[in-house]
Design a protein around this ligand. Structure first.
Ligand code: ZN
Length: 341
């Protein structure tokens, strides 16, 4: 027993802390540049670091609010699925892990589906929740993707998937792997109806998710700096015994190597998605139809993404419409051609 530690120190601490009250959650450290950011400022910046533009992860609710017009959307109910089919246990029971993730997130599993409009265009979004067991894809997530695809077909809407996932959920073994072809079937359902399918890759998109629906978009968009790949960089380095190039598996690297159509900062995502959807669904509407003249073939997936990037959608639309007038095809077939791509 020491009167300094037992009596004096607590008194001093009380004295100091009362004068220096800073709640822990007032500041947040950027994981990339270690800059301390005022919490409110970070929220205003959509959780993008004002110092280095690092895009921090955001949850499905924030994501949907960000993407749908006026932040309004309707959540779709997802069907109940089999729980812990293998009675799996590693260091902890899978059922126990599920329970914890559910109480932490208030959600049933790692995916949320909602519908609404983006830039006035009907859209269904399937958004992954990385905070729910690393956004891993088990039966429930597969079911969620199918539900989203069916909803898109039913509502004649575009499907947008937004993965943020470490891959398959190993606690569900082979049933988890079966979600890869299932998610591909979901995408096919949408494509068969000539509805646009867009993937917005967010940090991280890895493993089985990157080996299925997440790479099948008509237009592939990613957030800056997002890690996108199948196997982890360290595993690859150990296997091939070579040092990987800088920026490997980052969104910008994938864009440079032709795996993505665009990398779009978070603040511009809603506008860009709206523009892409408009181009894919209504390429020949508005004043563009009433203009005449010569134009060149412009309606293709590449053109659509290029337009969205450069922000000259209206001009190119005009060109497409002019092409239409001078060409021999009917406007319906042109529109179909565009949507199919
Ligand atoms: Zn930063």
């Amino acid at each position: 027993m020491n009167w300094i530690t037992n009596y004096v120190r607590p008194k001093l601490q009380a004295l100091v802390s009362s004068k220096n009250e800073v709640p822990d959650n007032l500041w947040e450290k950027c994981p990339a540049c270690e800059h301390m950011i005022f919490h409110r400022e970070l929220e205003e910046q959509l959780r993008v670091c004002p110092n280095c533009s690092h895009h921090m992860r955001i949850g499905p609710a924030t994501r949907m609010q960000l993407l749908f017009d006026e932040g309004k959307y309707t959540r779709a109910e997802l069907p109940e699925t089999i729980q812990d089919p293998l009675k799996f246990r590693d260091r902890e029971r899978y059922s126990e892990r599920l329970k914890k993730a559910r109480s932490k997130t208030g959600e049933q599993d790692a995916i949320q589906v909602a519908h609404g409009t983006i830039g006035g265009q009907k859209a269904v979004a399937a958004v992954f929740d990385f905070s729910f067991m690393g956004g891993s894809m088990g039966v429930a997530v597969g079911e969620g993707l199918l539900t989203a695809a069916k909803l898109a077909v039913e509502k004649d809407a575009a499907l947008i998937t937004i993965p943020s996932s470490g891959g398959a959920r190993m606690q569900e073994g082979i049933l988890s792997l079966m979600q890869l072809p299932r998610s591909v079937i979901a995408v096919e359902m949408v494509k068969e109806k000539n509805l646009p399918y867009i993937v917005l890759l967010t940090d991280p998109t890895t493993g089985g998710v990157s080996a299925s629906f997440a790479m099948l978009g008509d237009v592939q968009i990613a957030e800056p700096g997002a890690v996108i790949g199948f196997a982890g960089a360290r595993v690859i380095e150990e296997t091939i015994r070579e040092t990987l190039p800088p920026g490997f598996q980052r969104a910008e690297y994938l864009l440079e190597h032709g795996m993505l159509d665009m990398v779009v900062p978070r603040a511009e995502l809603q506008e860009t998605l709206g523009r892409v959807l408009h181009l894919l669904r209504e390429p020949l509407t508005g004043e563009a139809l009433s203009t005449s003249g010569k134009g060149k073939k412009a309606a293709s997936k590449a053109a659509a993404s290029e337009e969205a990037k450069s922000g000259t959608g209206a001009q190119k639309e005009k060109a497409a419409a002019q092409d239409e007038k001078s060409g021999t095809k009917t406007s319906k077939s042109e529109a179909e051609r565009v949507t199919q791509q």
